[in-house]
Design a protein around this ligand. Structure first.
Ligand code: IDP
Ligand code: MG
Length: 198
């Protein structure tokens, strides 16, 4: 359980907003361990591979997007979730390849769920206060859909353990992930905390 890994990208807007330290701080202070880290400008091919690792993602994001248009009383670009999903993928390719990103693998108990909680919901307008997306950015579906771009929300974080494993395998070579002990692991996970007293 304490070896659960999750995959995180600080998206191009996060780098431009000088938020690398802020993001890393939030994952560090909760007790997660950074086991992989690199910086690069993603290619369109990598972004496409990343978002189509889950064959259901296109349909799910299309359905979510259609729902968004309907709830605002607007007509979606297409009633077909796959067509609408592909439109989201197109704008995401532009967004994610627009500049450098930071790619990270974090490890610890419930890493996937804990990181999603800290990152917050997809749309910054409704992300909880206290989350990264809720605290540092002010975008909404309304704005992004009107001008036809991806919603800018600073971070990608895996949505499930399976998604995390697939994404880690896509972005990292095995030797880029480090196995090491952190002093605080003992306080987080030891059954008896018997290393404190002299
Ligand atoms: P997540 O990043 O919170 O897991 P996903 O549904 O997996 O959200 O979508 C991936 C990314 O695609 C989002 O973070 C956001 O940047 C963008 N996105 C998702 N849905 C829409 C949309 O309807 N319009 C514009 N961009 C979207
Ligand atoms: Mg997702």
């Amino acid at each position: 359980m304490q070896k659960e890994k999750t995959f995180v990208i600080i998206k191009p807007d996060g780098i431009q907003r000088s938020l690398i330290g802020e993001v890393v701080k939030r994952f560090e202070r909760i007790g997660l361990k950074l086991v992989g880290l690199k910086m690069q400008i993603p290619t369109i091919e990598m972004v496409e591979k990343h978002y189509t690792l889950d064959p259901e993602w296109l349909r799910k994001v299309g359905e979510k997007s259609i729902q968004g248009y309907v709830s605002k009383g607007q007509t979606p670009p297409s009633a077909d979730p796959l067509v609408t999903g592909n439109k989201v993928l197109d704008v995401l390719k532009k967004y994610m390849t627009s500049g450098p990103v930071v790619i990270m693998c974090w490890q610890g108990a419930h890493a996937v769920g804990i990181v999603r909680k800290i990152v917050g919901g997809t749309e910054p307008l409704t992300s909880d206060v206290g989350t990264i997306r809720g605290d540092f950015v002010l975008d909404s579906y309304q704005i992004s859909d009107t001008v036809g771009r991806a919603i800018r929300n600073l971070i990608h974080a895996s949505g499930s353990v399976e998604e995390a494993n697939n994404e880690i395998n896509l972005w990292f070579r095995p030797e880029e992930l480090l196995n090491y002990r952190l002093i605080q692991d003992a306080i987080l996970y030891d059954v008896n905390l018997d290393s404190i007293l002299e």
